[in-house]
Design a protein around this ligand. Structure first.
Ligand SMILES: Nc1nc2c(c(=O)[nH]1)N[C@H]1C(S)=C(S)[C@@H](COP(=O)(O)OP(=O)(O)OC[C@H]3O[C@@H](n4cnc5c(N)ncnc54)[C@H](O)[C@@H]3O)O[C@H]1N2
Ligand code: MOO
Length: 401
């Protein structure tokens, strides 16, 4: 199966994890499931945007430049009204524009003087009618959709939720995800491995990706290379929404995972994708049970499959409105012969004009986890070609922004 077909097959079994109501203060990073409307015009009144005075422009247009001060209108004060067209009201940023005024002049363009105990302002610069007023409804009318359903709530959305008084919001429920690692060569992080052993890292990489990208808190399990033990563990996790396994999925004598999943009743969608890394990737689902991503054990393989398949699937299932994939431009010629889609680790260099130039760091294959430290994403080089010229562009799956 090729990458395009595998991706389509994965997306074909998208699930809905449901919704929940959360306080807006706890909603950052979550996916909004209802449109958020403006409860009133934005701004809700003609808002003064400079500290200074408000006048009626017609008086100024007739040639008057000295204005006596009648009153003051500060932010938070109920609206006042200009008594005489020959006068002004001092106004502060954020205040409602006083009635019968239509123009604001900032203090920097004024000279203050006192006359018979009265304060007066003389205008020292040109004035345009209506200046320094943020008009009622200029940003949004009451009842307008400000945030569409499907938006991932960022700091900007949080501010708008506060502005419209939306204390509780409906968001996608986060799925229950279990990450299962396999392999007798793996030892816990806190232990010193023997020469033939390695510390386990895949569960941490994948859990970190889910946490960072979607705020999902996965639970992690490890099981030895034993068919019965694998079956027991998987059997106890069928109440999860998603199982992400790593390792034991290729052709080795101890690669029991495909058999264990099949015997538990998983419906296999595919096993093996024409890609490097990540060729032994297996995908399936249980009827009324979890969706299963069985990723190859090699650390870069699992990581790539997570960004190319697992995260897009989770985003679709969480009902996030999809953004188009970014492209990057190859900064060097690349040769890749096998008839496989090549996901090449690349560092991305932004250049003037908005392009991203992709350059591969030294990379020694899918066991070379440390190569990712010098990379920002995977450039997807299609299987139909062997030579990829400098200057050509391809989709890039970013894991660092
Ligand atoms: N005869 C064949 N051999 C292999 C094939 C094949 O098609 N035919 N595919 C190769 C490819 S490609 C990959 S990728 C690997 C994937 O193998 P498995 O998914 O079965 O993974 P393991 O054999 O269990 O482990 C591979 C490698 O990754 C290390 N690993 C595993 N889990 C972790 C972890 N949690 N943390 C850190 N490192 C981990 C493991 O130690 C191995 O070095 O198969 C090829 N072989
Ligand atoms: O496809 Mo494997 O993931 O090359 O190492």
């Amino acid at each position: 199966m090729d990458v395009i077909a595998a991706y389509a097959a994965v997306m074909g079994v998208a699930r809905d994890f449901g919704m929940e109501q959360v306080p807006f203060t706890a909603a950052t990073g979550r996916v909004l499931r209802e449109p958020v409307l403006s409860d009133r015009d934005f701004p809700p009144y003609d808002r003064v945007t400079m500290d200074g005075i408000a006048i009626n422009f017609e008086t100024y247009a007739k040639g008057q430049i000295v204005f006596g001060v009648e009153d003051i209108q500060a932010a938070g004060m109920p609206r006042k009204q200009l008594g005489s067209m020959a006068d002004c009201i001092e106004v502060m940023t954020g205040a409602i524009l006083p009635e019968l005024t239509d123009t604001v002049i900032q203090y920097e363009h004024l000279e203050v003087s006192e006359h018979d105990g009265f304060r007066r302002f003389t205008i020292k610069a040109g004035v345009e009618q209506g200046q320094h007023i943020h008009r009622q409804g200029a940003d949004a009318a009451a009842g307008q959709v400000l945030i569409a359903a499907g938006t991932r709530i960022s700091a900007a959305e949080t501010g708008v939720l506060a502005s419209v008084g939306k204390t509780m919001v409906s968001v996608s429920r986060l799925p229950k995800v279990a990450i299962i690692t396999t392999g007798d060569e793996l030892v816990p992080v806190s232990e010193t491995p023997d020469i033939h052993q390695v510390r386990t890292s895949n569960s941490y990489t994948l859990a970190a990706a889910l946490q960072a990208e979607l705020g999902i808190q996965a639970s992690c399990y490890h099981v030895s290379d034993d068919l019965t033990a694998i079956q027991q563990l998987l059997g106890s996790l069928l109440d999860q929404d998603v199982l992400i396994c790593t390792g034991a999925v290729s052709a080795g004598k101890y690669d029991h995972l495909p058999q264990a999943l099949e015997e538990l009743g998983m419906q296999l969608v595919f096993h093996k994708v024409q890609q490097r890394p990540g060729k032994p990737f297996l995908f399936g689902h249980f009827e009324n049970g979890p969706v299963v991503f069985a990723l190859p054990g090699n650390p870069v393989s699992g990581f790539m499959c997570c960004y190319r398949y697992v995260l897009p699937w989770l985003k679709a299932s969480l009902q996030i409105t999809a953004a188009p994939e970014p492209y990057a431009v190859l900064g060097t010629d690349v040769h890749f012969k096998p008839p496989l889609t090549y996901f090449m680790p690349v560092r991305l260099h932004p250049v003037a004009g908005g392009q991203l130039i992709a350059l591969p760091p030294p990379y020694h294959g899918s066991g070379d986890l440390a190569a990712l430290l010098q990379a920002d994403g995977f450039l997807e080089l299609p299987s139909e070609k062997e030579i990829f010229e400098k200057g050509s562009s391809y989709p890039v799956w970013r894991f660092r922004s």
